[in-house]
Design a protein around this ligand. Structure first.
Ligand SMILES: *Cc1c(COP(=O)(O)O)cnc(C)c1O
Length: 223
């Protein structure tokens, strides 16, 4: 079914929207099935799990860290991670820059913005985001590239709420993009929003990267 699910979702998505298959908690066999169907971009939310899967699966997979990242775990994924979606503090970004330097690479990041009503969700507010960009330490970084923004909408049936949150993030993305020359290594290209339950709305609101798990791999079992 994984191949069929992937193909169905891809056929529905506009050309300019990239699909990240969220494989967290799923076995390697499931990832290989998607891989054999031609898919290369996978998302995980735990560094340890992503590192293990990276070690045993094909080397041309592009690994996306979509979860909340602890600073002491950055070193494990720094050699290979393709894009870190959940950067939500200057301290974390500093650590990513440091590990990028050690590995002689520039690490692609998205800044996560808090758009949901739930306090439990992570992310910067607009003020914190601007403070991060304006900071001296951000200017000095040489091993990170901020490629865009990521956000998660409130978990609700109310589409108006979701829509207003996604629209807010899209507007913030556009306004930063307009003046991105003000900052070094800020390249607003990616707007990562939309999951299984809300990706149609997200795309309508301007998302160009969706992170989809259960609609591809089936429901997750947490034990
Ligand atoms: C798990 C997860 C997803 C995918 O969720 P589904 O509802 O299974 O599509 C997307 N983004 C993040 C940040 C996640 O943690």
């Amino acid at each position: 079914m994984i191949k069929e699910n992937l193909e169905k979702i891809k056929s529905e998505l506009p050309e300019h929207v990239q699909l990240i298959a969220v494989s967290k908690t799923k076995p390697e066999a499931d990832i290989l099935e998607a891989y054999n169907a031609g898919h290369r971009d996978f998302g995980e939310n735990k560094v340890q799990e992503m590192t293990d899967k990276h070690a045993s699966l094909p080397g041309d997979i592009q690994w996306h860290m979509i979860g909340h990242v602890q600073r002491n775990k950055v070193k494990y994924m720094a050699p290979f991670v393709h894009l870190i979606h959940g950067v939500d503090s200057l301290r974390l970004l500093k650590e990513i820059d440091k590990q990028g330097r050690k590995n002689d690479r520039v690490i692609n990041c998205l800044l996560q913005v808090h758009i949901a009503k739930e306090e439990s969700k992570f992310g910067l507010d607009e003020e914190e985001l601007k403070a991060l960009l304006d900071s001296e330490s951000f200017r000095e970084m040489k091993h990170v590239n901020i490629r865009g923004l990521m956000g998660m909408a409130t978990f609700t049936e109310n589409n108006d709420v979701i829509k207003s949150e996604f629209t807010y993030l899209k507007n913030l993305f556009d306004s930063l993009k307009q003046k991105q020359e003000q900052w070094p290594h800020l390249n607003m290209e990616i707007l990562s929003m939309g999951m299984s339950g809300d990706y149609h709305l997200a795309v309508e609101c301007g998302s160009n990267m969706v992170r989809i798990g259960s609609s591809i791999f089936g429901e997750r079992n947490y034990h």
